[in-house]
Design a protein around this ligand. Structure first.
Ligand code: SF4
Length: 176
């Protein structure tokens, strides 16, 4: 999803053969309030600012999900459930936002979303098999109790339904 300023020219990056998404509509912003996107293996190096140690940075900004079958890192959530990188409706790390945010939107087919999810799950499995950095961060956060459960899917579904209802009412008003 797109939560930052629009840019006219640079080509969209690709990962695992998938292109970054661009939509920044209200529907595509809704997950930031309920289910911050999962980080891919490649996200750590891009998100952690140059000169900062990965582990202390991860302790501050990430949580390890413990209810998934593969190691899964997500942004810390605020007390209201929103991603802690969400400020005034904008993503503070837009350019480097996690794969689970940047490569998905609410308009793609379930099949497309599934293919993208499988690509990052495979990468995380491979990283864990070689005791890679993503797995090491996940283990460290688990050991320190810096864990979380998956985001609020019912809350997201409610928000999306409310947006759908609003859009329907608006269309009816326009056509009457
Ligand atoms: S990292 Fe950015 S795009 Fe992803 S959930 Fe957080 S605010 Fe939204």
């Amino acid at each position: 999803m797109e939560l930052g300023p629009k840019s006219d020219s640079p080509p969209l990056p690709e990962l695992y053969g998938f292109r970054r998404t661009v939509c920044g509509c209200e529907f595509c912003r809704a997950p930031c309030k309920h289910m911050p996107g999962t980080l891919d293996v490649t996200d750590l190096a891009r998100l952690c600012p140059a000169g900062q140690e990965l582990i202390p940075w991860a302790e501050e900004h990430l949580r390890a999900l413990t209810d998934k079958s593969v190691p899964t890192l997500v942004p810390v959530r605020q007390a209201n459930g929103s991603c802690h990188w969400l400020f005034d409706g904008q993503c503070a790390v837009h350019e480097h936002s996690p794969f689970g945010c940047a490569y998905f939107d609410t308009h793609m087919t379930d099949e497309e979303a599934q293919k993208r999810a499988e690509a990052t799950i495979n990468a995380r499995r491979e990283d864990a098999a070689r005791n890679g950095p993503y797995f090491q961060v996940w283990q460290h956060l688990c050991r320190k109790g810096l864990t979380a459960r998956s985001g609020d899917r019912p809350g997201l579904a409610r928000d999306l339904q409310a947006l759908q209802n609003l859009a329907l009412r608006s269309r009816r008003r326009q056509s009457s």
